[in-house]
Write a protein that binds this ligand. Structure first.
Ligand code: GAR
Length: 196
């Protein structure tokens, strides 16, 4: 049973899915938000999980990340899960947690890294989009992919409609990917996701 820390910035629907899917392979022991008003904090509290707000304002990236790191280690966290955490982590943090740090991104990576994903997918006339869970490496949204799920893009889609369709598959994909990592069925080796 691996101890998991989840970092959030907002409503935390993926956090909710991860909480519901907890089993013998992982247990969420700490939820940290950089925003005091993140809805996900309430979800965690309702589930009896310890929460903590670490504001990023007025701190360097390194100072902020050092606080995150200290809090996660104090809670005995073994795997760090980014779930709608909208801060870029320092290279030092990514390296310190290498192989134990994962993120979910609402596109079929390596396509559409970064922000405003659904707007760009629609503007490009894509017929398909989706979600990816990947190991976090220092370069943004560039780490090896652990799992992906695709959804159709309809001609009538708005960014909101597409985001909702993608979010639905995220809620199945993220717990599955976390379970693989928690059960040592996937590892980061020499820059690749290796499955066993
Ligand atoms: C999710 O769609 C997630 O993929 C995205 O933010 C949303 C968070 O929703 N993450 C990113 O864009 C990271 N670059 P949630 O707070 O309801 O889980």
């Amino acid at each position: 049973m691996k101890k998991v820390g989840v970092l959030i910035s907002g409503r935390g629907s993926n956090l909710g899915a991860l909480i519901e899917a907890q089993s013998s392979s992982y247990k969420i022991v700490q939820v940290i938000s950089n925003a005091a008003d993140a809805g996900g904090l309430e979800r965690a509290t309702q589930a009896g999980i310890a929460t903590c707000v670490i504001p990023h304002k007025g701190k360097t990236r390194e100072e902020f990340d050092a606080e995150l790191d200290a809090d996660l280690r104090q809670a005995g966290v073994e795997i760090v899960v980014l779930a709608g955490f909208m801060r870029i982590l320092s290279d030092g943090f990514a390296r310190a947690w290498q192989g134990k740090l994962i993120n979910i991104h609402p596109s079929l990576l390596p396509a559409y890294k970064g922000i405003k994903v659904h707007e760009r997918v629609i503007a490009a006339g894509e017929r398909q989009s989706g979600a990816s869970v990947h190991f976090v490496v220092p370069e943004l949204d560039a780490g090896p992919v652990i799992a992906q799920a695709s959804v159709p893009v309809h001609p009538s889609d708005t960014p909101e409609l597409l985001a909702a369709r993608v979010l639905e598959v995220e809620h199945k994909l993220y717990p599955e990917a976390l379970r693989l990592l928690a059960e040592d069925k996937v590892k980061l080796e020499k820059g690749f996701a290796v499955f066993s």
